[in-house]
Each structure stands twice: as structure tokens, then as C-alpha cells.
Design a protein around this ligand. Sequence first.
Ligand SMILES: Nc1ncnc2c1ncn2[C@@H]1O[C@H](COP(=O)(O)OP(=O)(O)OP(=O)(O)O)[C@@H](O)[C@H]1O
Ligand SMILES: [Mg+2]
Length: 212
Amino acid sequence: MSQLKRGLFLTFEGVDGAGKSTHVGWTVEQLKSRGVNVISTREPGGTAVGEKLRELLLHESMGLECETLLMFAARVQHLREIIEPALEAGTWVVCDRFTDATFAYQGGGREMGLSRIAELEQWVHPHLQPDRTWLFDVPLEIARERLDRTREKDRFEREADAFFLRTRAVYLARAAQQAQRFSVVDATASIQEIRQSLTQQLDALVAQSRQV
Ligand SMILES: Nc1ncnc2c1ncn2[C@@H]1O[C@H](COP(=O)(O)OP(=O)(O)OP(=O)(O)O)[C@@H](O)[C@H]1O
Ligand SMILES: [Mg+2]
């Protein structure tokens, strides 16, 4: 009897405007065309209650502890309801942001520090980490310019330059510390160039997952 293989958990990270969402749907299509069962989702959000929490988190003023706890409240529901059951059923999950974003934004950007967030991570998902995390890295000016082209800004996107720089620095530090899991994408490259590089990496992941 063949045993069902656990799905892979892939996350997209980076500051606002880096280009994550531009590649999530495309990545899912690439994986589907290679015969992978896959879903895409996002944080905060991904469940009915999580999407309501997202609205609050992006638009309602609140203190830092409340913000951090709500991020993890949305996350725990997302894990239990969507992510963990999918992975166990052998479905791959592509997620637009996950716990690295809480380290970077609340820990770095908002200067909470990392230890509280590590405690919450330990509570909510002690045994789960993404199998691969793409960090879309861009300098401030480019992220700002891309955001200006798009939409009304949320609470995070309205933050000062120093917030952006601290957030980016924590992302880059985590990528350096956990180099096995992270793949840093030079997100100043064109969408086409980024997709070329992602294609190679996705091919390698699919090939690995098919080895006995
Ligand atoms: N490599 C790229 N070159 C030029 N423009 C890009 C590139 N990637 C994304 N963009 C454009 O930049 C804008 C922001 O991209 P996107 O919404 O994917 O960013 P994001 O990282 O998901 O941001 P957020 O965190 O705010 O959701 C969009 O208008 C998108 O078309
Ligand atoms: Mg996005």
C-alpha cells in the first residue's frame, strides 16, 4: 500500500509592494500543470474569521500586543481549518505571508522584539515550518513606487521609512539564519525574470517530492 505523502508548505514573504501576490496565483498554476494538488491562501486571513480579523488588522487602530495576538489568532484558525488538513491530505499549500511576516513587521517594524513572537510561534505551530519561503526583497524606493501605482494604503503601508527598513532587515536576517528554507528573490528584477527563476525552483521541488 502506498503511503500518502505530506504536501509541501510554500510561503511568499516580503515588504508591502515587493511583488508577492503577483506570483502566488501563477505559482499555483505552474504546480497544477505539473500534476500537483495545490491550494493558495493568505495571511492574515484564509478563513471566514481570519478574513474578518484581516479587516481589523489592516484598518483599525490598535496597540501592538493586540495586533500581534490577532495575527496569531487568525493564524491558528488558518492552520487548524485549512493548512494542516491540506498538508496531511497530500495537498501543497502556497501561502501569501506567514509567521516570518509577524517577526518582520511586529518584531522588527514595530520593535516588539523577537522573543514574544517566538513564544507565540511555539504555542501555535511548534512543529510546523514552511518547506520553502521565497523572500521578495526590494529597496524602499521601489516598494513605495509600486504601492503608489496600486491602491489605497492600509495601516502598514502608511508607515514611515524607518518601519520599512526595520521590517526588511528582520526578513533578511531570518533568511540568512535559515538559508536552507529561504530563497531570496531580487524583486527588482522583471516579473518575467523572477518567473524564470521560480520555474527552476518549482521544477526541483516537484522532482524531489516524487523521489521515493
Ligand atoms: N518584478 C516587478 N516589476 C515591476 N512591477 C512589479 C513587479 N512585481 C510586482 N510589480 C507590481 O508592483 C505592485 C505590487 O505588487 P504586489 O501586489 O504583488 O505586491 P505584494 O508584495 O503582494 O504587496 P502587499 O504586501 O502590499 O500585498 C503591483 O502593481 C505589481 O504589478
Ligand atoms: Mg500582496
